[in-house]
Design a binder for this molecule. Structure first.
Ligand code: NAD
Ligand code: MG
Length: 384
């Protein structure tokens, strides 16, 4: 990082957000300028008391109204969703760490891109919903999009400036989630508790369920499609239970480059914040004094049909990403509320995707309208 940078961490109370605070506090040239949260406002205030951001945002007036904010003399308090858009465009903000979960992160990420900021992007849903529009906007406004998702950070590092025509394909690694070795009937009976029990990563509830269905890998395939401007046929998935190889890039001569590290999101967060430099950082290092294995196996599309949706959406583009994303968010919320079964998540997504009005060139407003449409469809699907 060349000179000191002001970072806005949007979604600071989440899994990525709390890791990001740890990373930024150890970086010499970075300052936490703003923090935001939706519902965990006491944690937000604790963070503010410790890190003294200039601006503190409580995105939801509903949660903010009954909450008693302590006196924080160093921070201004902003309330409301629009404030996320405003902070992302704030002239004193250099980097926006987009760590809000779901399509709720779209507007602030969009605002950051529109303002030409550097965006450290954890919120993959923005690219799933509106990948081509967001990447066009980034190019037009000279905004840099740096991946935080560990797979995309690995690919970004492995490509390392190689010409696009030299890339044969990228291979996203997937842990396989908690049901990697389960039978279909065991998966059918999955409970919220078993689905939230991820073997290698500790993450927020939505992405943890996405990892169990393997929808997360589908969303990442779509994310890679737009982030690296790669056609869908050049993006593959391999199961790698140890989550040490974070993804691979195969070049036309058969060479494969990979990035390895113990599973810890602090490293890809840090890389996005220090790029193009590196710094020592707090993350655990691989220890070659101990024997360890790296296993790889092809994915099982029958057990995890969600994987097929990502390829299809990455091929078709247009409105499909926004519909899949919203249907999935609605279905995951319904599963977490124990209103639908585990296999229903993918089934509902497939059905809603199949019967939407496809448009190959939607506007951002079209995509936002479709997001709302797919959420209503999920409610009807559950009721039927
Ligand atoms: P999380 O649920 O732990 O945290 C979500 C954050 O977003 C919280 O700070 C919450 O207050 C905020 N938020 C939620 N709803 C909001 C709304 N309506 N308006 C404003 N703010 C809202 O989620 P997470 O696991 O940290 O994931 C965040 C993003 O990073 C997701 O897009 C996820 O796919 C991506 N990601 C996460 C990981 C991980 O290890 N957790 C890895 C790769 C990518
Ligand atoms: Mg990932």
């Amino acid at each position: 990082m060349p000179s000191s940078q002001n970072i806005a961490i949007l979604g600071s109370t989440g899994s990525i957000g709390t890791n990001a605070i740890e990373v930024v506090s150890q970086l010499e040239n970075a300052k936490i300028f703003a923090l935001s949260a939706n519902s965990r406002l006491s944690l937000l205030c604790e963070q503010a008391a410790k890190h003294h951001p200039e601006i503190l945002i409580a995105a939801s007036p509903e949660h903010a109204a009954p909450f008693c904010f302590p006196d924080l003399p160093n921070s201004q308090l902003w309330i409301g969703e629009d404030k996320l858009v405003e902070i992302a465009a704030h002239p004193d903000v250099d980097v926006v760490l987009a760590a809000i979960v779901g399509s709720a992160g779209l507007r602030s990420t969009w605002s950051a891109l529109e303002s030409g900021k550097t965006v450290a992007l954890a919120n993959k849903e923005t690219l799933v919903m509106a990948g081509p529009l967001a990447m066009d906007l980034a190019r037009e406004r000279n905004a840099r999009v740096l991946p935080v998702d560990s797979e995309h950070s690995a690919i970004f590092q492995a490509i390392n400036g190689e010409k696009a025509e030299n890339i044969k394909r990228v291979i996203l690694t997937a842990s396989g989630g908690p049901f990697r070795n389960s039978s279909i009937s065991e998966i059918r009976n999955a409970t919220v508790k078993t689905a939230l029990n991820h073997p290698t990563w500790k993450m927020g509830p939505k992405i943890t369920i996405d990892s169990a269905t393997m929808m997360n890998k589908s969303l990442e395939l779509i994310e890679a499609r737009w982030l690296f401007d790669l056609p869908a046929e050049k993006i593959d998935v391999v199961i790698h239970p140890q989550s040490i190889v974070h993804s691979l890039v195969e070049f036309v001569d058969g060479s494969i480059m990979a990035q390895l590290s113990p599973p810890d999101m602090k490293l890809p967060i840090q890389y996005a914040l220090t790029y193009p430099d590196r710094s020592a950082g707090p993350t655990e290092k691989l220890d070659f004094n101990e024997a360890f294995r790296l296993d790889f196996q092809p994915p099982d599309f029958e057990k995890f049909p969600a994987l097929l949706l990502g390829k299809e959406v990455a091929e078709k583009g247009g409105t499909t990403g926004a519909v899949l994303n919203a249907a999935n968010e609605g279905a995951v919320a319904a599963f977490l509320d124990e209103k639908i079964g585990f296999l229903d998540i993918t089934k509902a997504c497939r059905e809603i995707l199949n019967h939407h009005d496809f448009d190959p060139n939607p506007s951002l407003d079209d995509l936002i309208a479709l997001d709302a449409w797919a959420r209503k469809e999920i409610i009807q699907w559950i009721a039927a």
